[in-house]
Design a binder for this molecule. Structure first.
Ligand code: PXP
Length: 237
């Protein structure tokens, strides 16, 4: 089964636009779970421009599904994750000012740093995932660093999909096979949508989890959250 983790950053962005508590991030997360999501993902950033530290603490005791916290492992982030102890932490190489993650880690250059950080999370019993491109060497070094899983950065797949889906998915199938041969679990995320998700899943059915935010929350404007989540779940069957 491939799990659907709903990234709720955009819900926090909407809330922050008015400074109040509408929409309520915790309520939306719990509703996502009720509507069939298998997990909730958040990406707290140092500037708190969407998810705030407070949200992370508020969500932890209330969520009934998998909680995934993603972000750049700066000392403050590491401290937050070790305090909150989510089910999974996903390490992303983005700078604090970046609009959104736009590349995977260079796991070779950052081997020492990643090994140290992953060790801290592994010791705390938190499953670890490292955001990577489809480059075989990057996946191999993620395994060397001690990651439990890799999350494949799927933006290149989403961009190439309309021009030719077979060519778009091919490097991801290869990368997924490498991850599997190394004993790594496999996640995927970025720009996955109702258009491109099912084809990705059909080609890599051993995928453990997808993490989806932007397209899903946008679809919910038209379809409503409940139907949207069900439609994404249908793409994973
Ligand atoms: N995975 C990671 C590591 C991300 O940084 C993001 C964006 O926050 C996503 C998945 C979800 O991407 P999208 O919002 O395009 O679905």
């Amino acid at each position: 089964m491939t799990r659907l983790s709903v990234n709720i950053n955009k819900v926090a962005t909407l809330r922050n636009a008015r400074g109040g508590d509408v929409p309520n991030v915790v309520k939306v997360a719990l509703d996502c779970e009720n509507f069939g999501a298998d997990g909730i993902t958040v990406h707290p950033r140092p500037d708190e421009r969407h998810i705030r530290k407070r949200d992370v603490f508020d969500l932890r005791p209330l969520l009934r599904t998998e909680f995934n916290i993603e972000g750049y492992p700066a000392p403050e982030f590491i401290d937050l994750v070790l305090k909150v102890k989510p089910h999974q932490v996903t390490l992303v190489p983005d700078s604090p000012t970046q609009l959104t993650s736009n590349s995977g880690w260079d796991t070779k250059t950052n081997l020492e740093f990643l090994t140290e950080v992953l060790e801290a999370f592994n010791t705390a019993g938190i499953r670890t995932s490292v955001f990577v491109s489809t480059d075989a060497e990057m996946i191999e070094y993620a395994a060397k660093a001690g990651a439990d899983r890799v999350e494949l950065y799927t933006e290149p797949y989403a961009t190439a999909f309309p021009k030719g889906k077979e060519a778009a998915v091919a490097p991801f199938v290869e990368a997924a096979k490498i991850a599997r041969s190394l004993g790594l679990g496999l996640n995927a995320g970025h720009d996955l949508s109702l258009e491109n998700l099912n084809y990705f899943y059909k080609n890599i059915p051993w995928l453990d989890e997808v993490s989806i935010g932007h397209a899903l929350i946008s679809d919910a404007l038209y379809l409503g959250l409940e139907r949207t989540i069900q439609e994404y779940k249908n793409c994973l069957r």
